[in-house]
Design a protein around this ligand. Structure first.
Ligand code: TEU
Length: 541
């Protein structure tokens, strides 16, 4: 089958924050349908929908209580089918988020498991506590991704939760779990979806429940990161289900290195088609995301270059619903936002691989302008704050950590126009709208040929017609410390992409060439402007 997804531009929708059609303050499927023409005009080929399943929303849908239905906040299965049909009419495909490391604690399987049901108990991972003197401790020392213990006591035993206490981990040693999830995949593929983004897919299989080596974060990880058991499950899912449909999968893979990514994506093994690595997203963090350090382009370039060289094909992205906005982290705070947002967009869309754009990135949305923890909804931020209180971190430090790293930075409602609530809802939005919506919004930018949005449209269109950008080889070109240059070459077409990450002009020294795209309409052949991104085509020699 043709790997059509290699030539696609994927757009991630976080449904709660995209567009609300009924005024309840939460985005929904009819809202998404109303914006499909917008997405088509942007040049989007595939939509990745963050979870729309029923969920108590402890983690905004990443805690699923029914895999085969739609949350009433988002609409109904009939709305979903209509969305698929409306997408098909515009030649847009949809991929779903598949969250199968854990369910919600309100899923019927877990409710039965808690009651010691002979079948469902074993769908989850249970163990007795450990006695230390008279004190009972959790079964092992593992810590959760959101901070604190990875176990919660329920009755006589503890259950494992690598995320929040309301997200019990499934037991992938149980064949029934495999069978149930296999049916979930078929259910959505039969409804017309074109694949899945597989949440934390490389940690689903736990090899043992022994104590882990102590780490600053994620103690226990050596017992579950990228284990053979997970590889095997993915191979079985491909053989039993995925291979029967024209679809693709992209794995969200935590703590993955290029070797692990290659093992997951190699075509002989056929486990996943692509992964999201995180190494480049860590170039402004120390060890774990709560400790921020200055962004260093040298580190960032090195990581991007390594992933480009070492993987035959992969994803390119700078944003998603878990990460602060790119414009608020990969360029200095005082950088001019419009050219910088365009330059970052040019990078994502011109590297080798499938580009993923996150809602709002195409208009240069920035981090949320939250003033206190009360305005933040994210379970991760609140869990970390509680832990930091226990560790006696002063309030000002706690707030600083959360303000710059909270996942809610990217979850603020989509900014459609300059009417109240940015045109996102006629009600009260579930999360505060960024007050910069009056200047940063889709409507303002649609009519402005110099806007970030117009630039995205231009590059996407350019990409669709450029064999070098779609399929060409990648090579980094040596350049100064403040710039990132690389070539894309497919024999008939040789392009060079130049990105200036600094506020100074940079002299360029290139053979005869033609400027194809630049975020500065009057681009100069001798100098790159501050935050300029450009594509040049080398004249045939
Ligand atoms: O994220 C997994 C994951 O690694 C994140 O917890 C990440 O460490 C953190 O968000 C970085 O800030 C996925 C989903 O994308 C996330 O929204 C869910 O909360 C999580 O899985 C659990 O399902």
């Amino acid at each position: 089958m043709k790997k059509w997804w290699k030539e696609s531009v994927v757009y991630q929708i976080y449904p709660r924050s995209f567009c609300d059609s009924d005024g309840d303050g939460v985005g929904d499927i009819p809202g998404i349908i109303s914006k499909l023409d917008y997405l088509k005009s942007l040049g989007v080929d595939v939509i990745w929908l963050s979870p729309v399943y029923p969920s108590p929303n402890d983690d905004n849908g990443y805690d699923i209580s029914d895999y085969k239905d739609i949350h009433p906040d988002f609409g109904t299965l009939a709305d979903f089918d209509r969305m698929v049909a409306e997408c098909r009419a515009r030649d847009i495909k949809i991929i779903m988020d598949l969250v199968i490391n854990h369910t919600s604690d309100e899923h019927k399987w877990f409710k039965l498991a808690k009651q010691n049901d002979p079948i469902y108990r074993d769908y989850y991972i249970w163990k007795k506590g450990k006695l230390k003197g008279k004190k009972e401790l959790p079964p092992n020392n593992w810590t959760s991704f959101f901070g604190g213990d990875a176990w919660k006591k329920e009755g006589e035993e503890y259950y494992l939760h690598l995320f929040s206490t309301k997200q019990p981990d499934l037991n992938w040693n149980n064949e029934n779990v495999y069978r149930e999830i296999k049916e979930v995949l078929a259910f959505w593929l039969d409804r017309g979806v074109a694949g899945f983004r597989c949440d934390v897919i490389n940690i689903i299989f736990k090899t043992s429940l022994e104590d882990g080596k102590k780490h600053l974060a994620l103690t226990g990880k050596e017992h579950y990161v990228s284990k053979e058991g997970a590889h095997e499950i993915l191979r079985r899912l491909r053989k039993d289900i995925l291979s029967k449909y024209d679809c693709f999968t992209v794995g969200e893979t935590v703590l993955v290195n290029t070797q692990m990514a290659r093992d997951l994506c190699s075509s002989e093994r056929g486990e996943l088609d692509m992964v999201f690595g995180f190494e480049h997203m860590e170039s402004d963090q120390i060890g774990y995301k709560w400790f921020k350090r200055k962004f260093r382009l040298s580190r960032f370039k090195k990581v991007i270059d390594k992933w480009q060289r070492e993987l035959e094909w992969n994803t390119n992205y700078l944003e998603n619903h878990d990460q602060p906005r790119s414009i608020s982290r990969f360029v200095p705070r005082d950088a001019p936002k419009i050219p910088a947002a365009k330059m970052l967009g040019l990078m994502v869309l011109s590297l080798r691989g499938t580009p993923f754009i996150y809602e709002g990135e195409e208009i240069g949305m920035t981090n949320g302008d939250f003033e206190s923890l009360d305005e933040i909804m994210d379970v991760e931020s609140h869990t970390i704050d509680k832990l930091a209180v226990k560790l006696h971190f002063p309030k000002s430090i706690r707030w600083k950590m959360i303000k710059y790293t909270s996942r809610d930075n990217a979850r603020t409602p989509m900014q459609w126009n300059n009417s109240e609530n940015a045109g996102f809802t006629s009600g009260t939005p579930w999360l505060k709208v960024n007050s910069n919506y009056k200047s940063i919004n889709v409507e303002n930018q649609s009519g402005d040929k110099n806007s970030v949005l117009s630039f995205y449209k231009q590059i996407i269109n350019y990409r669709k017609n450029s064999p070098a950008l779609l399929r060409g080889d990648y090579k980094m070109i040596k350049s100064s410390a403040n710039t990132f240059f690389f070539s894309r070459d497919c024999g008939t077409e040789k392009l060079i992409i130049m990105l200036n990450f600094s506020d100074s002009r940079v002299k360029i020294n290139m053979p005869p060439n033609e400027i194809q795209v630049s975020n500065f309409p009057l681009a100069d052949k001798v100098f790159l402007q501050p935050y300029e991104g450009r594509i040049i085509k080398l004249a045939k020699q």
